[in-house]
Design a protein. Structure first.
Length: 234
């Protein structure tokens, strides 16, 4: 990417940092064994830092006592994803954002709204080897439909080799409770009797969820409609 992309003025300081570790535009990258060992250790640490920043710091929780946050964080909206402010360029925030989101969309419009959750109420990452339940409240204020989708926490992409990654309100086989709410289950094996309301997870990997709202009404946007935390099942 360094070789292919144009170097903008805002990138010069970062290019100087990269040059110190052997990454220079127009020159081959050939780290010696010591430097490669440093990269091997630093790479996973940097990824964990970005995961933590995106899910726990960059995106503030939007409900009191809940772990849901907006998919598109504050700062990216105002600066159209660039994080360029009058007095500084927030490359930490942009790096964390691009761990989770790579998009050509300049501004999200009013037709869709997304919420993110990656933790239990106790602040533990969602673990694909454990079983969880999310109760989607009745009468979700959307004009079109809502959906809940699973993602791999590390790659921020769909969980690999899973036949099903999403449950939405248009699915006819999804069972509703008597009050109109929907119990959605997550885990490596389907809970008996709840197969149609279950999303599979990889027991060796962490995951997170997106709540997707298509045609959101004001109650979704102003926070008066509140989503429940994800419950760990014993």
């Amino acid at each position: 990417m360094v070789q292919e992309e144009v170097v903008l003025d805002r990138d010069l300081a970062m290019m100087g940092l990269l040059a110190r570790i052997g990454i220079k535009k127009g020159e081959p990258f050939k780290p010696d064994a010591k430097l490669q060992a440093t990269f091997d250790k630093a790479g996973p640490e940097a990824l964990e830092y970005m995961i933590d920043q995106y899910h726990r710091v960059l995106n503030p929780f939007i409900y009191e006592g809940k772990k849901w946050s907006a998919l598109v964080p504050n700062g990216s909206r105002e600066t159209e994803w660039r994080y360029e402010f009058p007095s500084y360029y927030d490359y930490h925030a942009k790096g964390a954002l691009f761990y989770a989101i790579i998009t050509s969309v300049k501004n999200y419009g009013s037709a869709t709204y997304y919420l993110d959750i990656a933790e239990t109420e106790d602040g533990e990452w969602l673990d694909g080897g454990k079983n969880y339940k999310l109760v989607m409240p009745a009468k979700v204020p959307v004009r079109d439909f809502w959906a809940v989708t699973t993602y791999d926490l590390v790659t921020a992409s769909y969980i690999r080799n899973m036949d099903k990654s999403s449950i939405d309100s248009n699915m006819k086989d999804v069972v509703k409770n008597s009050d109109g709410s929907v119990d959605i289950y997550f885990g490596p094996k389907a809970p008996k009797g709840h197969e149609s309301n279950w999303l599979p997870t990889d027991p060796k990997r962490r995951f997170f969820l997106l709540g997707r709202f298509y045609g959101p009404e004001p109650a979704i946007l102003d926070g008066s409609f509140i989503l429940n935390n994800v419950e760990l099942l014993k």
